[in-house]
Design a protein around this ligand. Sequence first.
Ligand SMILES: Cc1cc2nc3c(=O)[nH]c(=O)nc-3n(C[C@H](O)[C@H](O)[C@H](O)COP(=O)(O)OP(=O)(O)OC[C@H]3O[C@@H](n4cnc5c(N)ncnc54)[C@H](O)[C@@H]3O)c2cc1C
Length: 399
Amino acid sequence: MAPKQLLIAGGGIGGLAAALAATRAGWEVRVFERTPQFSEVGAGIQLGPNATRILQSWGLGDALSAVAAFPERLQVRNALSGELLGGMPLGERMRTRYGASYATIHRADIHGLLATAVQQQAEVHLNLDQGLREFADDGCSVTITTEQGLQVEGDALIGADGVWSGTRQQLLGDSPPRVTGHLAYRTMLRQTSLPERLRSVQVTAWLGPRLHVVQYPVRGGEWMNVVAIVQGVPRADAPGWDQEAHVSDLQRAMGATCEPLQSLIAAVPAASVNEHAWRLWPLSDRAPVSGPGQMAGGLVGLLGDAAHPMRPYMAQGAGMAIEDAAALERALAMNAVDVPTRLRRYALERWQRCARVQARSIRNGQIFHSTGLIRLGRDVSMRLLGERLLDVPWLYKSS
Ligand SMILES: Cc1cc2nc3c(=O)[nH]c(=O)nc-3n(C[C@H](O)[C@H](O)[C@H](O)COP(=O)(O)OP(=O)(O)OC[C@H]3O[C@@H](n4cnc5c(N)ncnc54)[C@H](O)[C@@H]3O)c2cc1C
């Protein structure tokens, strides 16, 4: 029997992970990516053992080891005083406890290793510069029309087209994503371009009032990713989700923070290889998924940020997309049942866990940015409970 055909809108981390997963389930895959070439922005992501375990099971462990960093420790500091509040071992402790590593990686590197794996599969056809415009699901097959007018028929469609997903818009007809009022300033630096005292191979989270900063190594520790998240609205003259940041805006927001943090922020323009050292991403999200119908209907499923865009305060958006792909593989392989039942099975397996991570991400943001008495309580709890607050067994153990 000829293999079933999966169409995927979006060639980001989620779309490529889904493509790989579907071939493992015996499907042939066509990926349609809107941009003319793959180009992930210069930013890092953290991948917990729930995600790296899946990459390992797909045979990508060595490729991951070649490009990622594996920090030994997570530390949490007060952004105002610089005081160390708590910490947790990562490295060997994560491998022993959860059977997989805690990795930090450049987005282009995780995307690149997935793209290489996908390109090695004869069953995957990548179509760049072909954005999905609309789809038609007649119950037997689904036909997509691209923005360039191409029509392609398949047995199922996965919308992995990100937070502003057109697939989602057509499937669910819901409102646009929410503007969170949180702004992420991001940069990537060579560690050697920084004064020695500002370099670090740990994951450090600095918790402020109404802001926090996270820094961690990528590319075997040679580079450092820094993201500062502050509350506010972007300038009216700067549209888009990825903007050139005004350093003065960031410095104003960081005004009262401790000297090491201010020194790090101040060192960035000189240390950066880019003319515009900081990029600014206004953050959007959606309320947590409220049922399986929000992740699949008929012959169409949603995956990654298209399904459950979340605030980055659990560092799990890409991790959840990779988990989605692993669940999709299990569902697509259920050859005894029809395709809508398989996609329903996928949605049933995923929606509650994704909703839990979305909700916890919102709560973490409130704690990270808390003010007044709540902030004092946060710091006391972190000093007393440290690792017990930072470790997340329900998240890292399963996927
Ligand atoms: C500040 C910040 C920090 C983060 N840190 C972490 C972290 O530490 N760990 C973690 O796991 N996650 C993190 N994330 C989240 C993570 O980046 C996302 O969850 C993840 O990239 C989602 O992948 P995706 O493939 O679903 O979507 P995307 O990466 O958005 O990819 C969607 C793709 O679809 C394409 N596309 C869009 N529309 C169409 C169309 N109509 N047709 C075809 N193609 C289309 C786009 O061009 C894009 O290539 C962070 C996010 C932010 C903002």
